[in-house]
Design a protein around this ligand. Structure first.
Ligand code: PSV
Ligand code: MN
Length: 430
């Protein structure tokens, strides 16, 4: 690793200016936590060991169905996306891997791409397949579905694409493929609901059988969109049943935005873990539907409750509990680098708050049916301002005290606006 995008000297002097105040805040928090029986250093070590992958597609400006408003200097290919992800990693030290999406991130030489990423301090996380769009020159259209299509040739093409993604992922050093299919219907009667699921299971089994040793297949459910009446893997129930039928290498991926409003996602997390099927996450936040807003921006309490279940799971792991944590957001109105920095911090904070919860007190209250004390045990953790823990962990790993401020001072986007070609106008979710 030699090609760090930002100046290490700039980070060092930025941190030096803030170190005295940060130490003061950290020591004060350490004393407060000590009185609660929590060792701040142990929490910091766990936070330092935690990481979440960045979505390659999240480094560009997203859009809605109506429009996309690009910014000058945004990346337009995987090489530039990696550069921007490297900025996020250099400053946050919590995002050392990128989750690529194919064919969006297609290149001729994946061994070279892996080296390019490594030189920037990055590795690759789960590869994502895409059978929700047609590509130029593609023999068969996905207009009537992909893995569930009634036409066997369409299904074969969609299966083959997933197998190709696995092969690319192997070259990149990934160990998981995330399969999300948008297949579904807009009208009652449009398709046979049972038959679609049968075809999905058959196609998914073919992908499953192409998994290399040590690989996982992550099934991502989503309630609706682009189909608005039915979707084949619409919920965690369909997902876990499919994963159970496929076998031990198949697990479920929970995208926080893919549920009905007010659904108890933390309970879904606990259930999936109970059956050894919690494979990964796509973090984002939402108010109405799959809004793909920044993690923790709307409902940070829910994010905390999800991490509360994850910390419980860490303490009682089942079947090699090792979820792949990824961000999946659409940055429509912000600089994507700033959103990813802010989101990494929000995710890390939710984890740190969950670590601080007095688990013995929580479990005792639960056993005694002491409702208020159980709630208070969680509340104390949630209320704690863990900012100094995250900042110190980051600085000790070479990152920046105030990541967004330093990013702005670095002039990165302005420089890239001079160097990179402009993005065209248009609509599009990503
Ligand atoms: C679908 O909405 C999704 O969450 C899947 O993870 C896709 O791969 C991604 O978004 C594409 O933006
Ligand atoms: Mn997703």
């Amino acid at each position: 690793m030699n090609g760090q995008p930002l100046s290490a000297d700039q980070i060092e002097s930025h941190n030096a200016e803030r170190m005295e105040a940060l130490r003061d805040e950290y020591d004060s928090l350490g004393r407060a936590l000590g009185r609660r029986g929590v060792d701040i250093e142990a929490v910091k070590d766990k936070v330092a060991a935690f990481s979440v992958a960045l979505p390659s597609w999240g480094s560009g400006r997203g859009g809605t169905r109506f429009a996309k408003f690009p910014i000058a200097g945004e990346p337009t290919n995987i090489h530039e996306k990696l550069e921007d992800c490297a900025v996020v990693q250099q400053l946050s030290r919590m995002t050392p891997r990128v989750s690529p999406h194919f064919p969006w991130d297609k290149v001729a030489d994946y061994a070279a791409l892996r080296q390019e990423a490594a030189a920037l301090g990055l590795g690759f996380d789960a590869v994502n397949s895409n059978t929700f769009q047609d590509q130029p020159g593609q023999p068969h259209s996905y207009r009537n579905g992909s893995l569930t299509a009634t036409d066997a040739a369409v299904r074969a093409q969609a299966v083959q694409h997933n197998i190709e993604c696995i092969e690319i992922g192997r070259q990149l050093g990934s160990t998981a493929v995330t399969v999300w299919v948008g297949d579904g219907t807009n009208f009652p009667g449009q398709q046979d609901l049972g038959g679609s699921l049968d075809r999905y299971l058959d196609s998914a089994a073919q992908i499953y059988s192409a998994l290399p040793e040590g690989w996982r297949m992550l099934l991502e459910h989503k309630m609706y969109e682009p189909a608005f009446y039915s979707t084949v893997i619409s919920d965690w129930g369909s997902s876990i049943l499919a994963a159970q039928q496929l076998g031990p290498k198949a697990q479920c991926l929970v995208d926080l935005g893919h549920h009905a409003p007010n659904v108890n996602i933390e309970q879904i997390v606990a259930r999936l873990h109970r059956f050894g099927k919690l494979g990964g996450f796509h973090f984002n936040d939402s108010k109405y539907g799959d809004d793909d807003l920044d993690s923790g921006s709307i409902n940070p309490h829910q994010l905390f409750l999800v991490f509360n279940e994850l910390v419980e799971a860490e303490a009682n792991p089942r079947d090699g509990f090792d979820p792949a944590y990824m961000i999946d957001q659409s940055h429509n109105v912000t600089d994507p680098i700033e959103s990813m920095l802010s989101s990494a911090e929000a995710i890390g904070a939710a984890y740190a708050k969950a670590l601080i919860v007095d688990r013995a007190a929580l479990h005792a209250a639960q056993f005694d049916n002491d409702v208020m004390m159980g709630f208070q045990a969680l509340r104390r953790g949630y209320r704690t301002d863990v900012t100094p823990i995250l900042a110190l962990a980051r600085i000790e790993a070479g990152g920046a005290a105030d990541t967004i401020q330093l990013y702005r001072q670095s002039g990165w986007r302005e420089r890239k606006a001079q160097e990179r070609r402009a993005v065209g106008l248009g609509a599009g979710i990503v």
